[in-house]
Write a protein that binds this ligand. Structure first.
Ligand code: ATP
Length: 674
């Protein structure tokens, strides 16, 4: 391992920008294996080299490795589709768009199409080789192009990068060999497409980074780190990143203070959204009781709205909100605030009404906070919550307070940061007390989630019935005391369980699935798509595995809306990272880019040779059948989830196994580990 990376870049000298070719070499090594430990070793060796030679480039290197330009909350997106990339490849290499399209049809990987196009082109002059920081800067430039003629200027910027790609390589590349090798054009194009397809999970990069930094720090002192030190460094970086998911802040701090001092220097901070804690599904109250046994827990209403994380800093606090805020937010008279979605997207422009009122709910000695809550549509006349569908009708951007028709009430259920201090590690009981001390509820505007601390089955049953009457989805049951009741950012934890009213008879949770294809409608539905092909996501292989066709649960109006939305993202053929049966009769009429996530309910799960969900999870001893949904029904579009946040193959497999164990009357299984 060591030599394969080192020997490739003898010319990269200390202080010089990291050659993009060196990163691509690492990518190509990663691409050729599926073994996680080996992948991690390649990455950490490379990052160590960056630390040693050009630490200033560590941040841009990590960003390019995780296929991101900046943290999610920055909202920076490339905004280019397949057709723009094809155009750029064609214009850079002098090949016609028709030929590029034909290649794409045959090869199915635009990255490889770029390699093929490139290798047939004689090199007239040698542009300067690409560097990691140059590529990052170039891509950032593409993401920030807006306004008139934006598309054309984006194509020009892509061409600039592509024409400098592989300027040091000699001869033709055989794209059938070694997956196309370490070609820069291939990885550039894949970055532009949003998928490097290396099987390199973000978590792996995080752990590799910790290993690289601790190894480098030890080396500087003339030694090597012990296994215990490596484990500590990994744990440190994981914890800090879960509270402060921003390499932009963490990497400079790590370079300055050392990895073991990260926690003292990087903490949860207002302005940087953390990934929310999530719950595991259960199918019966008895399952909840089995899980918590003799530990105390609390039940809360599960409101059916939109998750929101509200960050606030009072003007007279000795702190800053690290996110640049849109002007509308300045209305919060006593302080500045921002609202983030489940996805870490900035919702501040969607909820100016919340921001304008916020200060009236904040008590005087509450100077800064991060609040976890649900925004729910509110019926002003009847003074009660409205179904989620009402919330969906609200405009998503640039909302003006005077135009707001659907009022919302904020239901707060957790407090993660208060008056300059992260409180995620405190037990829930304490966090809840602090929450209640820090705010003043106002009817129809701000409330604490209704809770009940009774531990008996009958009490929970009654509370569940009440929650349903109050238009909620069911209950959230949470560990109340002890270390396990701490807030676990970004985890789907067994310390939070959800009981939805619909689960009680069905398979458990609803699923959030990605739309990959569609079938033309028949009869009344001829002008729209009549049915769709859906998939779950497998983060290990970075693939979408098909799980069902769906044609039920759509109103005519919804079908029309979906048709116009999806027509924009039609692609010629399935992406190579779609996993579906190859039988001709099972292919949809059109394929889509993986963009939209839909919530779907199902009667039960079964095995089918037609679908691929969970194939790699060992559900079918023969290894050929995947899991499929029976009688799936569309519930809603999940705007707040990205495709890679869809239900995972592992979760689908877990649901299937649970159902199996129930039907075989082994009693409900307690899920610990997905
Ligand atoms: P779901 O479809 O159930 O919302 P999810 O994957 O978005 O699934 P889960 O962890 O499964 O999230 O369910 C928790 C969600 O329920 C939270 O994301 C939040 O939006 C919502 N919610 C409503 N009330 C509460 C509450 N009292 N405590 C925590 N979350 C709540």
């Amino acid at each position: 391992l060591k030599t394969s990376n080192k020997d490739a870049y003898p010319d990269w000298k200390a202080g010089e920008p990291v050659p993009y070719a060196a990163l691509c070499k690492t990518f190509s090594l990663v691409e050729l294996t599926t073994k996680r430990l080996i992948i991690m070793e390649y990455c950490s060796l490379f990052l160590r080299q960056v630390m040693r030679l050009t630490p200033d480039d560590l941040l841009s290197t990590v960003n390019l490795m995780i296929n991101k330009l900046a943290p999610d909350y920055a909202g920076i997106e490339l905004g280019i589709g397949e057709s723009l990339i094809m155009k750029a490849i064609g214009e850079t290499t002098g090949r016609s768009l028709a030929v590029i399209k034909q290649d794409q049809k045959e090869i199915g990987d635009l990255g490889l199409v770029a390699v093929k196009s490139r290798s047939t082109q004689p090199t007239m002059f040698k542009p300067r080789p690409l560097t990691v920081r140059g590529v990052h800067k170039g891509l950032m430039g593409i993401a920030t192009i807006t306004g008139n003629g934006a598309q054309g200027r984006k194509v020009d910027a892509i061409k600039k990068l592509l024409s400098a790609a592989d300027s040091n390589s000699t001869g033709k590349v055989d794209i059938t060999k070694d997956k196309g090798g370490p070609s820069e054009a291939k990885y550039l194009v894949r970055f532009l497409e949003g998928k490097l397809r290396l099987g390199l999970a973000e978590k792996t990069v995080l752990v590799s980074l910790a290993q690289a930094v601790i190894a480098h720090e030890a080396q500087v002192k003339g030694g090597t780190p012990s296994t215990c030190d490596v484990e500590k460094a990994e744990a440190m970086l994981k914890t800090v990143y879960s509270e402060l998911p921003s390499y932009d802040i963490i990497i400079p701090a790590m370079l300055k203070h050392g990895i073991m001092h990260l926690k003292e220097n990087c903490n949860l901070q207002p302005g940087i959204p953390l990934k929310p804690m999530l719950a595991k599904p259960t199918k019966a109250i008895t399952e909840v009781l089995d899980r918590f046994e003799d530990q105390t827990f609390t039940c809360e209403y599960k409101y059916d709205g939109e998750r929101a994380q509200i960050h606030y800093v009072a003007k007279d606090a000795n702190e800053e909100l690290s996110q640049a805020l849109p002007d509308s937010n300045k209305e919060a008279a006593k302080g500045v605030a921002a609202i983030f979605s489940r996805n870490s997207e900035d919702l501040s422009k969607k909820y100016p009404d919340i921001l304008a009122k916020l200060h009236t709910w904040v008590k005087d000695d509450t100077k800064s906070f991060v609040l976890d809550c649900e925004t729910v549509a509110w019926d002003v006349t009847e003074k009660k919550v409205l179904p989620f569908q009402q919330l969906m009708t609200r405009k998503k951007k640039d909302v003006k307070i005077e135009d707001v028709k659907v009022k919302v009430c904020v239901f707060a259920f957790d407090l993660l940061y208060l008056n300059g201090e992260a409180i995620v590690e405190k037990p829930l009981r304490e966090r809840r007390e602090l929450l209640m001390q820090s705010f003043t509820p106002t009817l129809g505007e701000f409330a604490f989630a209704t809770h009940m601390d009774g531990q008996e089955l009958e009490e929970i049953q009654t509370f569940l019935d009440e929650s349903v009457k109050a238009s909620c989805e069911g209950l959230m049951v949470k560990m109340l005391d002890g270390a396990e009741s701490g807030y676990e950012p970004s985890k789907r934890s067994r310390n939070w369980l959800k009981i939805k009213k619909d689960y009680l008879s069905g398979v458990g949770d609803s699923l959030d699935l990605v739309v990959l294809g569609a079938y033309y409608g028949k009869g009344k539905r001829t002008s729209v798509y009549g049915a769709f092909l859906l998939a779950c996501y497998n983060p290990n292989s970075d693939t979408y595995e098909t799980v069902c066709n769906i044609g039920t649960g759509f109103s005519e109006a919804v079908l029309e809306e979906l048709h116009s939305q999806l027509s924009e993202i039609v692609i010629d053929r399935p992406k190579p990272f779609y996993s579906h049966s190859s039988g001709g009769q099972h292919q949809p009429d059109v394929w889509f880019e993986p963009r939209y996530v839909w919530e779907v309910r199902t009667a039960d799960l079964t095995l089918s040779p037609r679908y691929k969900a969970g194939c790699k999870e060992g559900v079918d001893p023969g290894g050929e059948k995947g899991i499929s949904l029976r009688f799936p029904r569309f519930i809603k579009i999940r705007d707040d989830k990205k495709p890679d946040e869809a239900t995972s193959s592992r979760q689908v497999a877990e649901m299937y196994r649970k159902q199996e164990s129930v039907t075989k009357s082994k009693g409900p299984a307690v899920d610990d580990d997905f």
